[in-house]
Design a protein around this ligand. Structure first.
Ligand code: CUA
Length: 334
């Protein structure tokens, strides 16, 4: 290969290295843990990385040494001396991996037991997580609250999650708080999370579940306990008052078209097939993926399949004016 081509290839490789490893958004990084579960899991990841890096350096070092030391030289036709059945070598490559695996196994098994233990006590918050193609429901059985797409939790508190699915397999993943746990039809899996500081943590479905798997996003909103309590009180004492004439018109349309699937606390709308819309205007996302503003909400209502293919949300027979009305009603749910 000519020198120019070699340099070109090298540059391409470097670009690919940065391009491919840069895919992950920082908000989805396991290297930036925000709670004890993620921290414990990161320490295991780091041990593996250190061990693998060590093996890589040693193996590549030997390879480079051998390539140089035993390269073919001018005037030399004999292959180098062959080694066969050396028990010293065999012992080395049996004993070293056993030691390395031992170093990996101890923290892995210890953490597995710690993380498997279900937190108990008065300070633990229980949440039932229900996944459906392609959205998430969060129910707080002890608080009498149901919400969707955004899981509110108080900081410094262990949160028990009971994970169930209504259809196919999904996987609950909030990289900065904890590793993945699958939601499997017919069984309840459990895990716990805790956020040490307030913040918003991006979550994703991590098990292929259909056409809109890639946009089955959710958010964990961690707040100081006081703020969390304020949110709970607000959710429990919802008073739905359409803010304008247009919104009142929208509520009528909502009752006719949407209420069989969607619930709103403080009203007679109790549908359970789709996400609960209590306090919808306070959420940061529409359908879990688009920024929550008027334009995106209109887009979503006008053509859900354009944003989430195969979503159960139908395209409703609403004209522009009616979409404006429903949008105004939803944006008054605070
Ligand atoms: Cu749900 Cu992928």
């Amino acid at each position: 290969m000519r020198l120019k081509n070699r340099i070109g290839l090298l540059l391409l490789m470097i670009m690919l290295l940065f391009g491919l490893t840069g895919c992950q958004r920082a908000e989805m990084s396991v290297f930036d843990p925000a709670g004890p579960v993620a921290k414990m899991q990161l320490s295991i990841i780091m041990i593996s990385i250190y061990i693998m890096s060590g093996i890589f350096v040693v193996a590549m070092g030997i390879l480079v040494y051998v390539l140089i030391r035993y390269r073919s030289r001018r005037g030399q036709n004999q292959p180098p001396k062959q080694v066969e059945g050396s028990w010293v070598l065999e012992l080395i490559w049996i004993v070293i991996p056993i030691i390395l695996l031992g170093i990996l196994v101890v923290p892995t098994v210890t953490s597995a037991f710690v993380l498997d233990e279900k937190p108990a006590g008065p300070n633990v918050l229980n949440v039932k997580v229900k996944a459906s193609q392609f959205w998430w429901q969060f129910e707080y059985p002890d608080l009498g609250i149901v919400t969707a797409q955004e899981l509110h939790i108080p900081t410094g508190t262990k949160v028990n999650l009971q994970l169930e699915t209504t259809d196919v397999m999904h996987s609950f993943w909030v990289p900065r708080l904890a590793g993945k746990t699958d939601l499997i039809p017919g069984r309840t899996n459990t895990m716990w999370i805790q956020a040490d500081q307030p913040g918003q943590f991006q979550g994703k479905c991590a098990e292929y579940c259909g056409a809109s798997h890639g946009v089955m996003d959710f958010l964990v909103v961690a707040e100081e306990p006081q703020q969390f309590q304020a949110w709970v009180n607000k959710m429990k004492n919802q008073q739905v008052k359409p803010a304008s004439e247009l919104a009142a018109e929208g509520e009528k349309l909502f009752a006719q078209n949407c209420a069989s699937c969607h619930a709103v606390a403080g009203t007679n709308y109790k549908g359970t097939l789709g996400p609960d819309l209590t306090g919808f205007a306070e959420r940061s996302k529409v359908a879990g993926v688009l920024e929550n503003n008027e334009e995106n909400l209109r887009k979503w209502i006008a053509d859900p399949a354009a944003i989430k293919p195969d979503s159960k949300m139908p395209r409703l027979p609403l004209n522009e004016k009616q979409i404006s009305a429903v949008t105004a009603f939803l944006r008054s749910l605070k």
